[in-house]
Design a protein around this ligand. Structure first.
Ligand SMILES: *Cc1c(COP(=O)(O)O)cnc(C)c1O
Length: 223
């Protein structure tokens, strides 16, 4: 793998995007999305300097976690849908749950008792069947999270409908930011992936979730 070279290119893209909108690099957390790749890839990415990792599947990460949990300063973000029956396992392994989408899930995480940073996943488009709570329900989920002493709300996360044109995502990114502002939520915004993170940075992203541009193309996950 050539993660180090890929990271250099990703950092160049981030720097240009920051320049294009007058933001500072330190405002943006690069989350390396390592789903499907083995623990060795995370370790290689760690050695290249990456510290924040995103995984989609609790079960898949159970296999890798024992091999990466010793990495000092590494933080693990769950960025895939979380079923509440897996919340305990998720709370044990992850530092950040970006995909809280109901008051019920927030309370299940609270019951685990571990301090966690959380984001609310918002579904901004009707046409795709992605997870996330409706924009109208975000206030209620935020209230529930505030009542959970173990959870710290950091902001919002979204995944727009797939479109290989990065400009197509811009209205979704903008709406996510506006929603957070309107509800007076913490300023975290997790949005933007390999092909559209420049647009996301221009629209205020604080966390970009980058897989392919760092690790290469994913081959289909074995069932
Ligand atoms: C896979 C995934 C990413 C990374 O996508 P790339 O296009 O490989 O950068 C980001 N966010 C979520 C929620 C994902 O599932």
């Amino acid at each position: 793998m050539r993660i180090r070279e890929n990271l250099t290119q990703v950092e160049e893209r981030i720097a240009r995007a920051c320049q294009s909108c007058g933001r500072r690099r330190e405002e943006i957390t690069l989350v390396a999305v390592s789903k499907v790749f083995p623990a060795e890839a995370l370790i290689e990415a760690y050695e290249a300097g990456l510290r924040e990792f995103g995984e989609n599947y609790v079960q898949e990460f159970e296999g890798k976690h024992p091999l990466v949990k010793h990495l000092t300063g590494a933080r693990f973000h769950l960025i895939g849908h979380l079923q509440s029956n897996k919340s305990r396992k998720a709370a044990e392994m992850f530092d950040v749950i970006q995909t809280v989408d109901s008051a019920k899930l927030a309370r299940r995480l609270q019951e685990c008792g571990k301090a966690l940073d959380v984001m609310i996943e918002v579904k901004l488009s009707e046409e795709d069947a992605k997870h996330g709570c409706a924009p109208e329900a975000v206030g209620e989920v935020a209230d529930a999270i505030r009542e959970c002493g173990a959870l710290t709300l950091r902001g919002l996360m979204t995944m727009p409908p797939w479109d290989d044109n990065a400009e197509a995502a811009r209205p979704y990114f903008r709406r996510l930011r506006e929603l957070g502002v309107r509800l007076g939520l913490p300023a975290g915004l997790s949005m933007g992936m390999s092909h559209d993170f420049e647009t996301a940075i221009q629209e205020g992203a604080t966390h970009i979730r980058v897989g392919t541009a760092l690790f290469g193309k994913r081959v289909k996950r074995a069932a």
